[in-house]
Design a binder for this molecule. Structure first.
Ligand SMILES: NC(=O)c1ccc[n+]([C@@H]2O[C@H](COP(=O)([O-])OP(=O)(O)OC[C@H]3O[C@@H](n4cnc5c(N)ncnc54)[C@H](O)[C@@H]3O)[C@@H](O)[C@H]2O)c1
Length: 251
């Protein structure tokens, strides 16, 4: 069965590195015109060049998904360059860990603003174009951390909130033929994760409790996104696809 992604317009946030980059490259390889969005213009441009070298179509956009004005400007720029979006992948995110009593209000707000509010702002900004085209796909990247993790109250709350946002929007947008789903990755070897001070510790724990005996890679998440974005996922909405190598628990 064909994925039927040729000539679709896909917007991927946080696409300059890691998981977002793998998603952008996979969608481009299937024939999408990809809006590579990142708050860091240089890395977004690098991804666009890599997609072009592979024979794909993409354009780079700089913006902060946590800020309404920036997201609105992003939507205008994407439409002018590539047209209305068919697919939105809300991937931009990061963690800022601290214990409950040591976490500042700023740490809480920054993570919630990008990981949760950013997905809502982008859905608002791109849904008009999907409606005009008669349908679309919104894919939100949550995390296994929605189950809870130590010293991550901001990140866990944001990533659990993404599941609620997905459920609400899947009901609200179904009549527009727009599916809304979540992909919840387990530990994935991106440069960001490998640079965490206590990476060896989290990697060891992941190895102990992951049934599939290999590390999760950005391409594993990209494959799940392709399925949800494609014709094969046309009747799947409001779901969470856990891509964790079978590690579905908070330990
Ligand atoms: N790597 C993992 O183990 C893992 C596990 C579960 C979930 N996730 C989620 O996957 C997503 C990607 O993670 P990653 O490990 O690839 O991270 P990464 O740091 O490698 O890449 C994230 C990209 O997002 C960009 N970005 C950050 N804030 C932004 C903002 N406000 N606006 C626009 N762009 C922004 C960064 O510049 C960066 O290029 C995140 O939402 C993360 O929470 C990652």
């Amino acid at each position: 069965m064909k994925l039927n992604l040729e000539n679709k317009v896909a917007v991927v946030t946080g696409a300059g590195r890691g998981i977002g980059r793998a998603i952008a490259e996979a969608l481009a390889a299937e024939g999408c015109a990809v809006a590579v969005c990142d708050r860091d213009r240089d890395v977004a441009q690098e991804v666009v060049e890599s997609i072009a070298r592979a024979g794909g179509k993409a354009d780079a956009f700089q913006g902060d998904v946590g800020q309404r004005a920036s997201v609105q400007a992003l939507a205008v720029a994407v439409k002018a360059s590539l047209g209305d979006a068919d697919i939105l992948v809300n991937n931009a995110g990061f963690s800022m860990d601290a214990s409950l009593l040591e976490m500042s209000e700023e740490q809480w707000d920054q993570v919630i603003d990008v990981c949760l509010k950013g997905s809502w702002l982008c859905a608002q900004a791109f849904v008009g174009g999907m409606r005009a085209k008669g349908g679309g796909r919104i894919i939100n990247i949550s995390s296994r951390a929605h189950l809870g993790e130590n010293n991550k109250s901001n990140y866990c709350a944001a990533k659990a909130g993404v599941l609620g946002l997905t459920a609400a929007l899947s009901i609200e947008l179904g009549r527009d033929n727009i599916t809304v789903n979540t992909v919840a990755p387990g530990l994935i070897r991106t440069d960001r994760v490998k640079s965490i001070r206590y990476f060896e510790d989290i990697d060891r724990r992941a190895k102990q409790s992951t049934p599939i005996p290999r590390p999760g890679m950005p391409e594993d998440i990209a494959m799940a996104v392709l399925y949800l974005a494609s014709e094969m996922g046309a009747f799947v909405s409001g779901e969470t696809l856990h891509v964790t190598g079978g590690r579905y628990s908070s330990t």
